[in-house]
Design a protein around this ligand. Structure first.
Ligand code: ADP
Ligand code: MG
Ligand code: MG
Length: 472
């Protein structure tokens, strides 16, 4: 297609994205919605084989249930995390809150999970680009602040439009409905209903500086559509620290409003806890009767360390009894190894120093941009060979994602046909107590796209684009 035509289609697609509510705050004014522009997205949907998308969707309920059970298995959590909490201060803070609530006895036994399980389409490092040979491999399971469900739900319409404008034929069946915003909001609403007080609120804990505000607002809007009595308030950790009260019945109030559900869109990263007061606030919330999304034990279950421990023989079987479900989960695993001293890590470290491009080293962090790749790996491993600090990390085999071509539309960036790779996320909802599952669903997907040559941020910009799928 000629350049002029593509530019014209891209301009129209941007307008349609804005009109549809695929919006973001600009970097220049991230704390206000006075100026809004479109979020990053691909001009056309990327190709995802329907076989792989179905496989990911079919495994979601198994993953939801497994992670719920992991979170309730004290022994598994402790054995997995005991060396991490010796050296990783952030995980230790979470662990201390978990122990304090456990000791006191939880005021609320139900937990709400709004999850996103992420995968890539692995070529195994071969140059064979036949899409039939791609394998679905898990990157990570997110138990806190799984984002972009709001924005991605608006993208199907934009893509149908951009394909039509560009005179590209497509089948409607290949552009399935996808509305995780509705599914995530549905999760918040059932959590709110199960609290059982119509006058109570859903609290979104957010950052003051938040470019992705509209993504959050989509969930509020959908929740309101599902049940207009389900009202949302927003607050930051810092404000909750001064505005909240926990009464004798462990009911949580913010400025006199009782809170039924606490939805954390902040609290996954050390820099979001600005002082001890913020950690005290987290503890106060965890002790309360409000339904937490997630509870601190869900957050612990979502650490990279737990995912590595789940890759051990017999670990998935500890949580899922149905062998077919076990198989659905296991098929998506790639090698992950402990970096504890005296573990298999001793041997893997030597292999990774020799062939770093086959591995990724991950700390217990969320939000992107924290992993180590390529030449960073030998530097890090050599430096930490004799240090207990290495237990704070895990090492994972590297996925070599399938490369395809697309145009990335991002404010301020040149429109170019690029080599891009995709990460598929499947959203899931679970509401339940330890023994009683009230809801367990798969609720839609997200595909994020980045340039082939970016690991994830750092030096090269991580273009987080969103799009639907379009199998041949
Ligand atoms: P975070 O919780 O910070 O998002 P991830 O595990 O998702 O951590 O890692 C961030 C990014 O690093 C992923 O989105 C993916 O692009 C890349 N990545 C993670 N694990 C691997 C892997 N095993 N192989 C290749 N790339 C990976
Ligand atoms: Mg994550
Ligand atoms: Mg991730």
């Amino acid at each position: 297609m000629d350049v002029m035509k593509i530019k014209e289609v891209a301009e129209r697609a941007k307008e349609m994205a804005l009109l549809s509510g695929l919006q973001m705050r600009p970097a220049e004014s991230p704390s206000s919605s006075d100026l809004i522009h479109h979020g990053p997205f691909t001009l056309f949907p990327s190709k995802i084989p329907s076989k792989l998308l179905s496989q990911a969707k079919e495994a979601q309920k198994d993953f939801n249930l497994m992670m719920h059970r992991v979170a309730h298995d004290h022994d598994f959590l402790y054995q997995s995390l005991k060396n991490v909490i010796k050296v990783d201060e952030f995980t230790k803070h979470l662990w201390d809150i978990y122990e304090a609530v456990k000791k006191e006895g939880p005021a609320q036994t139900k937990c709400l999970g709004l999850f996103r399980n992420d995968y890539m389409m692995d070529t195994g490092g071969t140059t064979n680009t036949n899409m039939d040979n791609l394998k679905l491999k898990q990157i990570e399971f997110n138990t806190i602040a799984s984002s972009f469900g709001g924005l991605v739900s608006q993208l199907r319409d934009v893509h149908r439009y951009s394909l039509s404008e560009a005179d590209i034929e497509f089948k409607e069946d290949n552009m399935p409905d996808n509305n995780p915003a509705n599914g995530l909001a549905g999760g918040l609403v059932i959590g709110w209903e199960s609290y059982g007080k119509q006058s109570a609120y859903v609290l979104f804990i957010v950052d003051k500086v938040e470019r992705n505000r509209m993504d959050q607002l989509w969930l509020e809007k959908e929740a309101f559509n599902i049940n207009r009595h389900c009202k949302v308030i927003y607050s930051t950790f810092q404000d909750i620290g001064t505005n909240s009260v926990l009464n004798d019945s462990k009911e949580l109030f913010i400025e006199g409003k009782e809170i039924a559900v606490v939805y954390f869109r902040s609290g996954y990263s050390p820099d979001q806890y600005k002082s001890q007061q913020d950690w005290d606030t987290r503890l106060k919330i965890e002790r309360s009767k409000a339904i937490k999304c997630p509870t601190v034990h869900y957050q612990l279950a979502g650490t990279k360390k737990i995912q590595q421990e789940l890759a051990r023989p017999g670990a998935v079987e500890r949580f899922l009894s149905d062998p077919v479900a076990v198989d659905r989960v296991r098929q998506t695993f790639i090698g992950q190894y402990s970096l504890d001293k005296g573990s298999e890590g001793d041997e893997v470290i030597e292999r990774a120093i020799k062939e770093p491009r086959k591995f990724v080293v991950k700390p217990q962090r969320e939000g992107g941009g924290n992993n180590l790749y390529d030449e960073q790996i030998p530097d890090f491993l050599k430096e930490n060979r004799d240090s207990d600090e290495r237990s704070a990390y895990i090492i994972m085999e590297r996925i070599f994602p399938f490369v395809q071509k697309n145009y990335l539309i991002k404010k301020g960036e040149e429109l170019l046909l690029r080599n891009v790779v995709n990460e598929i996320g499947i959203y899931g909802v679970l509401l339940g107590s330890e023994s009683d599952i009230l809801e367990n669903k798969e609720i839609g997907h997200l595909v994020r796209t980045k340039s082939e040559d970016s690991n994830e941020g750092g030096v090269v910009i991580y273009v987080r684009a969103l799009f639907d799928y379009n199998p041949e």
